[in-house]
Design a binder for this molecule. Structure first.
Ligand code: ZN
Length: 266
């Protein structure tokens, strides 16, 4: 099931999106959106009688993380190598503030403090229930679903600061969307990033060093996870700069396409 958060000009609502993905990971604008009563993350999935056309709604970030977005560094060996770094022996965690989250189609603002802003296309995990110390084999019980993420990073600031808070924490540095897919086998999904239509990242979750259940176990062994928290699972190789005016698509197989454009921050 695909769950989107959307607006038609009023308060955000949620809906179940129908239709089949095309070869670009996109849906026909005529696809249906069955409007839900309340937030399915908190009250379950309760369809109403109201049905909208996908092309007539504006999609928003499918989740507003209640407390945190947890990023995972160097979770693909080829990406660790391109960063000139070793593969970590345990998942390398960092946090992005929930204020960095934006939705599909929202601008990514290029900060004044950076001259090197990179895209990082990633599979994102959305947590469905409060949990701590989750064993890997029980991870599925606490996962609400999956979405697409772009872990936007000011690479120059990341190098200078050593720790990641500023480099990955700017407003708009965590696009998520276009919806949450609640049923997905994440063991071998293609993850691609396109910069102005040219493929720049082309990896598979098969090559993750720590898979989704291992990440949920590791993160929850450190901090309590709340419904709506998000874990970004790391990026494959091919990270690189994006400039003002560039359009970035991140496509996760069987999930969808997240598109954002880079804007100057006035
Ligand atoms: Zn990342």
């Amino acid at each position: 099931m695909r769950i989107a958060r959307f607006t038609t000009g009023e308060d955000p609502r949620f809906g179940v999106v129908g239709g089949d993905l095309d070869e670009h990971g996109e849906l026909d604008p005529d696809s249906s959106v069955v409007v839900l009563a309340g937030d399915p993350l908190h009250v379950g999935v309760h369809p109403t009688e109201e049905i909208r056309r996908l092309g007539d709604v504006r999609l928003l970030s499918p989740v507003l993380p209640r407390s945190k977005v947890v990023g995972i560094g160097r979770n693909y060996a080829a990406h660790a190598a391109e960063m000139g770094a070793d593969v970590p022996s345990e998942p390398l965690m960092f946090l992005k503030p929930n204020t960095s989250v934006v939705g599909p189609g929202d601008p990514v603002f290029y900060p004044r403090q950076s001259q090197e802003v990179h895209y990082e296309g990633e599979l994102a995990v959305v947590i469905g229930r409060i949990c701590r110390d989750v064993p890997a084999e029980r991870a599925g019980d606490v996962i609400f679903g999956y979405t697409v993420g772009n872990d936007v990073t000011a690479r120059d600031l990341q190098r200078n600061d050593v720790q990641f808070t500023r480099a990955k924490g700017f407003d708009s540095f965590c696009p998520l969307g276009p919806w949450i897919e609640t049923e997905l086998d994440t063991s071998a999904l293609r993850v691609q990033t396109f910069l102005n239509g040219e493929v720049v990242q082309d990896g598979s979750t098969r090559d993750m060093i720590f898979d989704v259940p291992a990440l949920v176990a590791h993160v929850s062994s450190v901090m309590t996870l709340l419904p709506g928290d998000v874990i970004l699972t790391g990026t494959p190789e091919g990270v690189g700069p994006m400039e003002v005016g560039d359009e970035v698509d991140v496509v996760v197989e069987r999930l969808g396409t997240l598109t954002n454009k880079v804007h100057r921050r006035d």
